[in-house]
Design a protein around this ligand. Structure first.
Ligand code: OOG
Ligand code: NI
Length: 462
């Protein structure tokens, strides 16, 4: 487990995600059913033997919603110790939500193959709130709460002084203390009136601001067949969302398809008023839900551009003809190639190469081919095999769809007339560093796999 007495970040991430999964199972029993359903389906999807089933069985993404730059920066410290780094910027204001986000996740193939645990992390943008009363109330409540224990921050300081490495005992304490920040706390950090003021403005605002922790909102297992899993969820009597978000069903899956069951009603005790701390009102809160996802190939900028065009075309078709979005998507996506050779040749998806056990034909040994041609020749000769790189990130459109489908009052907008706009720089200032560009990460994975193959084949440096 530990090298030179220290715990490796990939191991720690796995222990943390398993501990989080156990905690969430106890909090949301339906989650346990969901995981069993997905694992049943994955076990039966036998044609996918090439997938790394160990990785897929462990694979989860979580979602948390934070209120302040300080909370975001502390979460960044926690995740960095687990080998998870901020990747990508997501503007949710386009969907009427006063929030923006990043995804904390491992960044290279090796760590991803061990455990790709990722957490979609949103931050409130108080400046986008339409109501001055809500904004001031939110900032007051956020300024007062402490979602991280002293033991946790002390331990992180110690670990920093050990170059970010943990002893086994420190690792156990870290997991316990860090989990406390994400546990569901049934006693609110706001009065019932305060909660209702914010909730009337927008339910998400109350969810972000009124609790003592950054409770994990959902923990999503990865399915190899989302259609089958959705049927199984319905058969199990779960209140499943009608549509699957994302691209339509295809032979060659791309990006991400997701669906969820509707949010639970959870009991909460609210303080009666700030000057009578001992008195409570029993109420409830509805925010947490179950979600599943099917992941496909990561798209290159060319592929993403085509995807966005077709997605918009589908929305236009659906708007103008009144057709169902799923039918409109099927119509529009006829123009997105659906076989791997074409997807590779048109550079629509990223891929990783590996050397097979087939011998290198003599005519390919000389260096007379330009780089790209040589790769194609090596693949045709069966010397290299090529597989799509899995998409490790999120889709803001789907996120917005999932957010909206889980709100009590989806039509309200806390932003009023405020115009949506992205503010990556503001987000990075809150975070205390810049976010990584997902395209650079995928491109690097592809390039490294090529370099490794060329080295193995003795074909020089690419
Ligand atoms: C996050 C929504 C985004 C996803 O899978 O797209 C997300 C949230 O509800 O806080 O998790
Ligand atoms: Ni999610």
């Amino acid at each position: 487990v530990a090298e030179h007495g220290y715990v490796d970040a990939d191991m720690l991430r796995t222990s943390f995600s398993l501990a989080m999964s156990d905690m969430y199972k106890a909090e949301v029993p339906l989650y346990d059913d969901l995981v069993s359903i997905v694992q049943g389906v994955n076990g039966s999807v036998l044609q996918n033997v090439k997938d790394n089933i160990k990785r897929i069985t462990l694979e989860r993404h979580g979602a948390i919603r934070l209120g302040s730059p300080h909370e975001l920066r502390t979460v960044r410290r926690i995740f960095s110790l687990l080998g998870m780094h901020p990747v990508g910027y997501y503007d949710l204001s386009v969907a009427g939500l006063p929030m923006h986000a990043t995804c904390f996740r491992p960044r290279d193939s090796q760590s991803l193959s061990k455990n790709p645990f990722r957490v979609f992390t949103t931050l409130l943008r108080p400046e986008l709130l339409h109501s001055t009363e809500s904004r001031e109330l939110a900032l007051r409540l956020l300024g007062r709460r402490r979602i991280f224990s002293h033991a946790l921050t002390r331990l992180m300081d110690t670990v920093d002084s050990q170059q970010g490495r943990f002893t086994c005992q420190q690792a156990d304490t870290f997991i316990d203390e860090a989990l406390k920040s994400f546990r569901w706390q049934p006693v609110a950090a706001a009065t019932y009136d305060e909660y209702n003021t914010l909730k009337d403005d927008h339910p998400i605002l109350a969810d972000i601001v009124c609790f003592q922790t950054a409770h994990i909102n959902h923990l999503t297992p990865r399915t190899l067949d989302i259609g089958l899993s959705q049927l199984a969820m319905q058969a199990h009597g779960m209140d499943v969302k009608e549509r699957i978000e994302g691209p339509p069903k295809r032979q060659c899956p791309i990006l991400l398809r997701q669906t969820s069951f509707l949010a639970l009603r959870e009991s909460v005790r609210y303080c009666h008023s700030s000057d009578q701390p001992g008195q409570f009102i029993e109420g409830y809160h509805r925010a947490r839900f179950g979600e599943i996802e099917e992941r496909g190939a990561a798209l290159t900028p060319i592929g993403r551009k085509l995807f966005n065009e077709l997605f918009e075309e589908a929305m236009d078709i659906s708007r103008t003809t009144g057709q169902k979005m799923d039918d409109a998507l099927n119509l529009a996506f006829v123009r997105f190639p659906d076989n791997w050779p074409e997807l590779y040749q048109q550079r629509l998806v990223y891929c990783e190469f590996t050397v097979t056990d087939k011998a290198l034909p003599a005519h390919l040994v000389s260096n007379k081919y330009p780089q790209e041609d040589l790769l194609e020749q090596l693949v045709s000769a069966g010397v290299l095999s090529r597989a799509p790189i899995t998409y490790e990130d999120f889709l803001p459109f789907s996120a917005a769809g999932i957010f909206q489908s889980n709100l009590d009052n989806p039509s309200s907008s806390a932003m009023g007339h405020k115009k949506p706009f992205p503010d990556q720089q503001g987000f990075e200032e809150s975070l205390g560093c810049s976010v990584l560009d997902p395209d650079v990460l995928y491109f690097t994975m592809q390039r490294k796999s090529i370099q490794k193959c060329m080295q193995q084949l003795g074909l020089g440096v690419f």
